[in-house]
Design a protein. Sequence first.
Length: 186
Amino acid sequence: MVKLNKIYTRTGDDGTTGLVGGGRISKADPLMAAIGDVDEANSAIGVALAAIDHPGMATALRRIQNELFDLGADLATPLDESVGTLRVTLDQIERLEREIDGMNEHLAPLTSFVLPGGVAGAAQLHLARAIVRRAERSAVAAAAATALSAQALTYINRLSDWLFVAARRLNNSGASDVLWVPGASR
């Protein structure tokens, strides 16, 4: 286990940060925006966990938090680094898909778009989902300049779907969803 006794290193004082393998890039690089957005999504999931009193959902979200660290490592590792590289796997993506399907079986069918809200935990998951969507946009933008793992991009796309379905599940299997009413403000 790595010991992190010293939090500051002073190596980033020049506006750069390190990548896995030793390279350095600007903290303003689109890749760092994507990694930062993944970190923010992870933090939003942590906030959601504080409002969720569902043991199975909490366990799944803690696993996802760990996988988001894996995703950050994947993004921070150049594709040509192969030895000992931590990468998002197809198994992780397929597990998210199975879980989405399993949760979705218990949900009321959608009759309208769902507004972010409902019970506290679901509302927090909707916020996390929106942040994950931003992280996905940032990762796609970074991929235009830097080769990134296709599985990393797929994982983050699937995660936003997972969070949407999980929020509906927490909303009494969709019964407490807040539905969009077109033209309601007129």
